[in-house]
Design a protein around this ligand. Structure first.
Ligand code: HEC
Ligand code: HEC
Ligand code: HEC
Ligand code: HEC
Ligand code: HEC
Ligand code: HEC
Ligand code: HEC
Ligand code: HEC
Ligand code: HEC
Length: 494
């Protein structure tokens, strides 16, 4: 949390410059000078509370500075009176003992450690070593994340000095970064996360058609609003392009429901999915596996013909609860991985790294990728070749079935579809990644696609979009592909 205004962007247009900055509260003032050696800063705005300003500048060179109030820290005790509930839980997390960690190893006066283990270190009213009057600012507290809030504690109804509520990954990343790794500059949690798919938003989540529907899994701000029972279209309008940031998975205020401040458990065995249309509050289930909150099939069925199932069926695949099987074929059920790996997804996708001789230095990788096979070792002597063999075999079957569907499309599909769409005659209206070249049969024309082909393509896309090519649930993936093969064969034999 910056304690002085931090300019975040400078955009120039003809004879105009727009500045944006961030800080905990105003009033701010923008200053300008024309050369770095000029000792005089000239005020170009009056005091203002907004964190943006457009200035008409007539010089080809200009240097800007934004001034703001001096940060005034109060310490967590000052918040207790009015925020008793949050205070009791937030100050019971390990954040509160961050300074004690330094004392335990005699590093409490080490200036390089204090910025992340105390409140406001290095600023006029922040923590200071060997100063008993500042002892109440030891540890990570409310103001480490909300900015200096003494003005707010003294004037709680003044909206202009209300503390920041920030949910971007940088908030936590400012402290949870690589410096601590014994093998620094090995990436830390923040760097891991920032390079992962969770940090990005691939499609604009602000449109009204997306903010509540797609946003419940793709937008951190929309999801957090929904978790509080708010309507994202009102609560975060215009600000939904925040990915799956730290606080989507971690609730920084609690440490009792689940370890490590997690919002949900890391394992569960009940089937679950979240559609884009149902009321979030009636469908949300806090006791479902954290990853499965989003990595579920979203209500996909073989009867929908607009698009293939979404890319996210991993949880249901692990449980063996998605896909079509012919009558008489028993489902394979949950995989050994879903049943036996205590932390399920986290067990393989977020392995812990331990550093010798440092009892507490355990880091959970946050790239969310399966980066090492160490976690498989307790059960498999040669996990890497096993995984490669399985993935190659499943990919090869997917390719074969796609060829068989193309053959059906060009030889057996109803004439009208065959001439109009060629190899895409078996596809969804908006075809998936297995095809290229344009649209598939329209909504009306989908009625001409036999049910057997619809079930086959559904299974095929589920296995493909699961993305693990049989690792999440080998037996179930194989059953789905075998079923697809028999249905395609049936249609080819007609
Ligand atoms: C005298 C009572 C009082 C004290 C003391 C107080 N607050 Fe508040 N706080 C409030 C009120 C009232 C609100 C506004 C609640 C609302 O509008 O929903 C608020 C809101 C907040 C918010 C949310 C702002 C938002 O935009 O949603 C944060 C964060 C916060 N306070 C942090 C703190 C911190 C940190 C301290 C201690 C340094 C503190 N407060 C001390 C009464 C107080
Ligand atoms: C950039 C911010 C930052 C700085 C600077 C920093 N720390 Fe930390 N420290 C952290 C964070 C974040 C954690 C929690 C790590 C976790 O749980 O993943 C932590 C955890 C710790 C722990 C407990 C975990 C462990 O590794 O055993 C100790 C002890 C510690 N820090 C000591 C220090 C010392 C000593 C210094 C100065 C030499 C220092 N820290 C500097 C952010 C920082
Ligand atoms: C580790 C960082 C962190 C600490 C420490 C922390 N908070 Fe927060 N707080 C957040 C974040 C992030 C949010 C927004 C996400 C959320 O509501 O879960 C938030 C939200 C809030 C809100 C708004 C809640 C709402 O429902 O909109 C209040 C009020 C608040 N915090 C007060 C406090 C107080 C008081 C303390 C200290 C006792 C504190 N926080 C400690 C990070 C923190
Ligand atoms: C001012 C620095 C700072 C900020 C900001 C910060 N942390 Fe921490 N965090 C720490 C330190 C230091 C520790 C180690 C505390 C300990 O082990 O006692 C820690 C520990 C943790 C832990 C381990 C808790 C446990 O129970 O073992 C989690 C989880 C965590 N932080 C998450 C977050 C999240 C999420 C945010 C952002 C909302 C955040 N932190 C912001 C410094 C920070
Ligand atoms: C139930 C949660 C959920 C909902 C609702 C949801 N998605 Fe997704 N989506 C995911 C997950 C999880 C992934 C990542 C799957 C992966 O990487 O294999 C994903 C992946 C994607 C991708 C693919 C990104 C890539 O790497 O190719 C796109 C595009 C996408 N979603 C768009 C949307 C749109 C548009 C909507 C709204 C109509 C939406 N999603 C609704 C969970 C959801
Ligand atoms: C709030 C929803 C949400 C939660 C919770 C969630 N994910 Fe994701 N995940 C997504 C979305 C959305 C994407 C796709 C991002 C994109 O490509 O646009 C994704 C992508 C991924 C990817 C693809 C990796 C990459 O870098 O492209 C993996 C692997 C993954 N998630 C694993 C996990 C694991 C493991 C968990 C649980 C610890 C988890 N996810 C929890 C929504 C979520
Ligand atoms: C037995 C270990 C294991 C378990 C348990 C596991 N995965 Fe995976 N997962 C993998 C492997 C291996 C891959 C393929 C990785 C690759 O291609 O690099 C994968 C692929 C993925 C992908 C596609 C990655 C991408 O880059 O597109 C996502 C998303 C994913 N898993 C999410 C999950 C979720 C969510 C869970 C829990 C429901 C889970 N996984 C459980 C091992 C596992
Ligand atoms: C998609 C969900 C997800 C996101 C996003 C996420 N985490 Fe985590 N985090 C987890 C899970 C799950 C664990 C615990 C794994 C376990 O139980 O082994 C964890 C563990 C941790 C820990 C404690 C273990 C350790 O390595 O010291 C810290 C600290 C932490 N996360 C901080 C962060 C920070 C900071 C961010 C953002 C930069 C973040 N997390 C983003 C899911 C997430
Ligand atoms: C808790 C034990 C356990 C862990 C950990 C584990 N597996 Fe497995 N795995 C199994 C069991 C049991 C089977 C089923 C073997 C059988 O068919 O009898 C299996 C099967 C497999 C298969 C064959 C496909 C199938 O489902 O039949 C692959 C591939 C695989 N595991 C890869 C991995 C990888 C990669 C990891 C680590 C990222 C891993 N496993 C971690 C227990 C485990």
């Amino acid at each position: 949390m910056p304690t002085t205004p931090l300019i975040t962007s400078v955009q120039s247009a003809s004879n105009k410059v727009t500045l944006n900055w961030q800080n905990f509260c105003g009033p701010y003032q923008v200053w300008l000078k024309r050369s770095p050696t000029d000792p005089h800063w000239q005020a170009v705005t009056g005091p203002q509370h907004s964190e943006t300003a457009t200035i008409g500048v007539l010089y080809s060179n200009a240097f800007f500075r934004v001034s703001g109030p001096s940060p005034r820290f109060a310490g967590d005790r000052a918040c207790e009176e009015c925020h008793a509930g949050v205070h009791a839980s937030a100050m019971a997390t390990r954040h509160a003992r961050a300074y004690k960690l330094l004392q335990d190893i005699g590093q409490q006066n080490n200036q390089s450690c204090l910025p992340c283990h105390t409140v406001g270190y290095g600023t006029a009213t922040g923590f200071r070593e060997n100063d008993p009057r500042r002892a109440h600012l030891a540890g990570v507290q409310c103001e480490s994340c909300h900015g200096p809030a003494a003005l707010h504690a003294a004037n709680e109804n003044d909206p202009l000095v209300r503390p920041r509520v920030e949910i971007a990954g940088q908030l936590c990343g400012g402290c949870h970064m690589g410096v601590h790794q014994p093998d620094y500059p090995h990436p830390g949690l923040y760097e891991d996360w920032a390079g992962s798919g969770h940090a990005i938003v691939t499609e604009d989540m602000n449109p009204a058609s997306r903010i509540n529907s797609c946003g419940r899994c793709h937008s951190g701000s929309s999801r957090l609003a929904l978790l509080k029972g708010l309507d994202p279209a009102v609560a975060v309008a215009g600000d939904a392009n925040i990915g799956v940031s730290c606080v989507v998975c971690h609730d920084p205020h609690q440490n009792t429901t689940h370890p490590l401040q997690l919002r949900n458990p890391v394992a569960s065995t009940n089937d679950y999915f979240l559609t884009t249309t149902e009321a979030f509050a009636s469908k949300y289930n806090p006791s479902i596996n954290l990853c499965a909150q989003c990595h579920n099939h979203r209500g996909a069925t073989w009867t929908s013909s607009g698009r293939p199932p979404h890319h996210s069926p991993q949880y249901n695949m692990m449980l063996g609860s998605i896909g079509e099987l012919p009558a008489g074929i028993a489902p394979a059920g949950a995989s050994a991985h879903g049943r036996r790996i205590a932390k399920q997804c986290v067990g393989c996708h977020m392995p812990t790294q331990e550093f010798e001789g440092q009892s507490e230095s355990v880091t959970t990788r946050h790239t969310f990728k399966v980066e090492s096979y160490q976690s498989c070792a307790p059960c498999h002597p040669f996990p890497e070749p096993l995984a490669q063999f399985t993935m190659q075999a499943v990919s090869a079957q997917i390719d074969q079935l796609k060829q068989a569907l193309d053959l059906w499309a060009t030889s057996k599909a109803p004439e009208a579809l065959r001439t109009k769409y060629g190899v895409r005659a078996w596809e969804y209206t908006v075809p998936g990644d297995l095809s290229s070249g344009g649209e598939g049969p329209t909504a009306a024309e989908q009625a001409q696609v036999p049910d057997a082909i619809k079930k086959a393509r559904f299974n095929l896309y589920l296995v493909k979009y699961d993305g693990s090519y049989g690792v999440h649930n080998g037996p179930h993936s194989i059953k789905l592909l075998d079923a697809a093969r028999s249905w395609i064969q049936e249609e080819l034999n007609k």
